[in-house]
Design a protein around this ligand. Structure first.
Ligand code: GLA
Length: 728
């Protein structure tokens, strides 16, 4: 049993970790512990200081040391004497805003709970247990049900909350975070991932300041600017040692992460839907479900934490036929042609690619409606006959004839003003009456909260999918959302729009992905603007960034790897000079970088020399050989591209018999010793041979001494060292 309850203490135990909660004598739910398994009741660490200006609940009588403002709380509610950031805040029908949540009862069941309308970790009765703790407000019939999913073997705990109104009048929810967690002990660094379009997931690690620090998104998607994930690392925690906690929000809309270092040097974290773009009217008898947060912790450093998240995403978040399968090596025409293509051009790109071993041709933006540039056509999901006069069916057939699959780009959530859809249904676009909407990339956003809009999208996308043998869909979303207003909602409920939009998106994705189980869906939002665990529930891979420059990609993919598995990362070899930066990097460096993902090409291979084409054919052969190791092996960040002149990573097979070290030496220097990188995760006793050489070395030496990287000659030199167990 993963959950044990003794004297009102809840022990949530996984293989290596323990989470502890206590319902105390006043019914307050206290957070006692999240960390290594101790086998102890950790209550002895609680202090009850008498701190001035920290009030005491009435029921504590004359006791001045019991204060909600100083105790570690399990789900902090606003308005009852705790002045730190709260997880939940409501306005009752009488206008008051206090919520005094007390323990009522709990329930333990086998299996993992699911969440109506929202993606959630799934697991069967052998893999998980669910704990539900019901809390009730002391004055009003408002309940909060805290849900915990415990995946014992994976060292994962999930959390989410349900708010239920049993009263006779509606209340307003102002804030409903997925969790809060108090850490009275420890000195913490916050690690988070920030960025911008074409430069997502930049890793930053900072010590906490007193007061509140936060990041998040109010853009309607999880955003390029901040990822809905974060680590708390104890000072001194490294890749391979030390304590850290990770939290990953499974949500694709506006979110907030807040951390507070309080007056007593205690840390509180909350994460969930962004309250600035949220409000929810909860009528009598209704429940509100928060998105889920996935938690894990370890005393073995950040790489162990990453594996825990990689595994949960691959095995319990991603679904469908492709979740663990090798993804087709694809070629995408976007950077090769942009909008300027016709059937022959696409056919020529595909023909050359098929000769070199590419599995799938993906036709990107521009195949539909009057889509000659990015100013028109979005919403009109029927073929552009000027470019493809035989239709998609014929093109797909020709491509299938080459032994290749065929894939197609869509951007269903968007509409161009210059489109038939907009001319017919201008009210389907998000616009506030009396205000001109914000355009971005010249386009507007469809009101996905409306059933008829979702039905239109379902029908028009499925009509295309039924018209040709389409085996892959790239689902793009190329702007941040503004002008939140729906004609289908009363004025008093417009602030529900951002969350309702995400619910609408999830419903549409669920409908399409379940109707087309054989299609591989890839998420995209101008690259990594919606790279989150919510999207991964529907799409097992996401185009990681519109930046295909191999040098910058090493940084983007480094940051992405903290939470997301390599198989989830769409990564392509593109032409040089690079279209985003003008940088020229060798084909071999672009290739090793793209191999740390779901691999593909984004250029016209006809433009390559014969020598380069041979190289590409050999690269594809090698990628297919390495793919099981790259996607199923353990991933090690051996050198941070943010701190070093090299970016080196490795993949180690589970049985430790095979190791692939890849990466890049950024800038060459004259008269330097070659760099050494220490490997990790090898069997110290085993002998390893560098494939195709006579070099044999034991694991102990490769880990303690390391390996010599090749001598750099020119900038952006690739690294690829393939070791296999050596047996005489
Ligand atoms: C986004 C995507 C690109 C490409 C373009 C097409 O920017 O990230 O890969 O599909 O849209 O307009």
């Amino acid at each position: 049993m993963a959950v044990k309850v003794e004297n009102n203490i809840f022990y949530l135990e996984t293989q290596h970790t323990m989470y502890q909660i206590r319902a105390d004598e006043y019914g307050t739910l206290l957070h006692l512990w999240y960390g290594a398994k101790t086998g102890e009741n950790m209550e002895y660490l609680l202090d009850y200081p008498d701190v001035g200006f920290s009030g005491n609940p009435y029921e504590a009588g004359s006791c001045r040391t019991y204060s909600l403002n100083t105790l570690p709380l399990e789900y902090a509610a606003a308005g009852v004497g705790d002045y730190r950031i709260s997880a939940v805040s409501v306005t009752h029908a009488d206008g008051s805003t206090a919520l005094d949540l007390k323990y009522l009862h709990h329930k333990i069941t086998r299996g993992k709970y699911s969440i109506p309308g929202l993606p959630a970790v799934y697991a069967d009765e052998k893999e998980a247990e669910t704990l539900e703790i019901t809390l009730k407000d002391t004055a009003k019939p408002i309940y909060v049900i805290l849900k915990y999913g415990i995946l014992e073997e994976l060292d994962i705990i999930t959390r989410s909350a349900v708010i239920f109104n049993e009263g006779t009048k509606p209340i307003t929810i102002n804030r409903a975070h997925s969790f809060s967690m108090d850490l009275p002990y420890g000195k913490w660094d916050w690690m988070h991932f920030y960025g911008r379009h074409a430069m997502e997931q930049q890793a930053e690690r900072v010590g906490l300041l007193h007061g509140i620090q936060e990041n998040g998104s109010t853009r309607g998607n999880s955003s390029h600017q901040h990822n809905p994930s974060m680590l708390l690392c104890e000072k001194g925690c490294t890749e391979a040692s030390g304590f850290c906690i990770g939290a990953l929000l499974m949500y694709s809309g506006c979110f907030q992460t807040q951390l507070e270092l309080d007056q007593l040097d205690q840390t509180r974290v909350v994460m969930g839907i962004h309250p600035d773009t949220f409000s929810w009217q909860l009528k009598e008898g209704e429940s509100f479900y928060t998105p889920e947060v996935i938690l894990s912790c370890t005393t073995h450093g950040m790489e162990q934490l990453s594996w825990n998240f990689h595994r949960i995403i691959r095995e319990h978040v991603c679904r469908g036929k492709y979740k663990l399968a090798r993804r087709p090596v694809l070629i995408n025409n976007w950077e090769a042609t942009y909008f300027d293509f016709n059937e022959e051009k696409i056919w020529n790109i595909a023909k050359e690619a098929s000769k070199l071993g590419v599995d799938m041709m993906v036709l990107d933006d521009g195949w539909f409606g009057k889509r000659e540039s990015d100013t028109s056509g979005l919403g009109d999901w029927y073929v552009n006959e000027r470019k493809l006069n035989g239709g998609l069916g014929k093109l797909a057939e020709r491509i299938n004839g080459l032994g290749m699959k065929f894939g197609l780009w869509f951007e269903p959530e968007m509409v161009s003003e210059d489109s038939n859809l907009y001319r017919e249904h201008p009210d389907w676009a998000l616009q506030i009456p009396g205000r001109a909407p914000v355009r971005s990339r010249g386009q507007l956003v469809l009101d996905l909260t409306r059933q008829e809009v979702r039905d239109y999208l379902y029908q028009s996308v499925s009509q295309v999918l039924d018209s040709a043998n389409i085996e892959y869909v790239k689902w793009d979303m190329n702007r941040s959302i503004s002008d939140w207003y729906s004609h289908a909602l009363p004025d008093s409920r417009q602030k529900e729009m951002p969350h309702r939009y995400v619910l609408g998106l999830y419903e549409l994705l669920e409908r399409l992905t379940s109707a087309y189980p054989n299609i591989l869906f890839e998420g995209c939002c101008g690259g990594g603007g919606r790279f989150d665990a919510g999207i991964l529930y529907y799409c097992p891979q996401i185009w990681c960034s519109d930046d295909t420059d191999a040098y910058e990609r090493t940084k983007i993919q480094y940051g992405t790897s903290f939470f997301y598995p390599i198989s989830a990362v769409g990564s392509h070899v593109s032409a040089v000079p690079n279209h985003q930066t003008g940088r020229v990097t060798p084909l071999s460096a672009r290739t090793v970088t793209a191999m740390a993902g779901s691999f593909g090409y984004e250029l016209d291979l006809n433009q390559l020399s014969d020598k380069e084409k041979k190289e590409v054919a050999e690269d594809i052969r090698r990628f297919k050989q390495y793919a099981p190791l790259i996607h199923n092996g353990r991933y090690y960040r051996l050198s941070s591209p943010f701190q070093n002149n090299i970016a080196v990573w490795s993949f180690v097979s589970k049985d430790q018999t095979e190791v692939l070290v890849q990466g890049m030496i950024f800038f060459t220097e004259a008269n330097r010793l070659r760099s050494i990188v220490r490997l990790r995760g090898l069997d110290r006793q085993k002998q390893y041979q560098l494939v195709e050489t006579n070099f044999v070395c034991n694991g102990q030496a490769l880990m303690e001494g390391g390996v010599l990287l090749p001598k750099a000659w020119g900038d952006y030199m690739p690294v690829e060292l393939h070791f296999q167990e050596y047996t005489k």
